[in-house]
Design a protein around this ligand. Sequence first.
Ligand SMILES: Nc1nc2c(ncn2[C@@H]2O[C@H](COP(=O)(O)OP(=O)(O)OP(=O)(O)O)[C@@H](O)[C@H]2O)c(=O)[nH]1
Ligand SMILES: [Mg+2]
Length: 297
Amino acid sequence: MTEKKTFHSGFVTIIGRPNVGKSTLMNAMVGEKVAIISPKAQTTRNRIMGVLTGQGWQAVFMDTPGIHKPRTALGDTMMKAVDSALEDTEMILYVVDASDFREKDLEILQKYAKVSCKKILALNKIDLVEKQNLLALMEKLGAFVSDIVPVSALGGDGVAVLRDLIAENLPEGPQYFPDDYITDRQERFLIAEMIREKALMHLNQEIPHGIGVEIMGIKRAPSGVVHIDATIYCERDAHKNIIIGKHGAMIGRIGSQARPDIEKMLDARVNLKLWVKVVPDWRNRQSELKTLGYLDN
Ligand SMILES: Nc1nc2c(ncn2[C@@H]2O[C@H](COP(=O)(O)OP(=O)(O)OP(=O)(O)O)[C@@H](O)[C@H]2O)c(=O)[nH]1
Ligand SMILES: [Mg+2]
């Protein structure tokens, strides 16, 4: 009789301040773009799963919204998403931006110190800092975690080291998902996020925070083309004008940049139609939060 090898698995919740590179790191780990990325704070609004399966192990990453003081009902649901992801986790992966360390990072480390699970810290964006500053930071943060791994989620440095460390520390457990499974998020969610990402890329000041994307319809034509209608929510008429842009230039840019990403995911030609709708204060309205998928966090 051959001896049955034990399998190791667990949930790894990624937390940290906004904009430190949590989503970039999760994507780098799983090798697919599951979560959208932007230089604007509070890009991620939901708990997003990314699964990585190795030889005899499976890590189920949970990317979460950046921890901040919520000022809207949307912000409240985002912080609930962080707490619920931490409820049943085998490991916490803190992410700190090594080029922009703040007291808030320490507060987060202290706040979750009482959660009894393995804690690892990814010191991200090392491509932006001097080695000496990095060592000082590692010394300062060492007391809160069992391991610190310097990484560049963007460039890839240290990502394999971090992956191996996580794999080594997974407890015995079942294989939750099939080998090639990457995320539990549905196409509809991923398409909306791809559109929101391009909107975040091009819009500035307070507009990105007030953007939401609703997928109105996805229809596959017999020709193979997928027709998608999506509505971009914003909070003011002035924002709507900016999102549409002169002669539709801005919305055209958002659409033409989102389309190739969606086509790649669906492996089909896509006809994307975007609409803009003003819904004042939607971030505090339960019905809109529900429509946009923020209440099932
Ligand atoms: N230079 C550099 N930039 C990085 C690195 N990792 C992420 N970034 C950039 O940092 C910005 C924020 O990245 P995200 O992955 O969206 O950050 P996040 O922590 O998920 O942000 P929220 O979802 O808003 O909490 C983006 O502009 C990324 O390109 C890195 O290793 N080096
Ligand atoms: Mg994110």
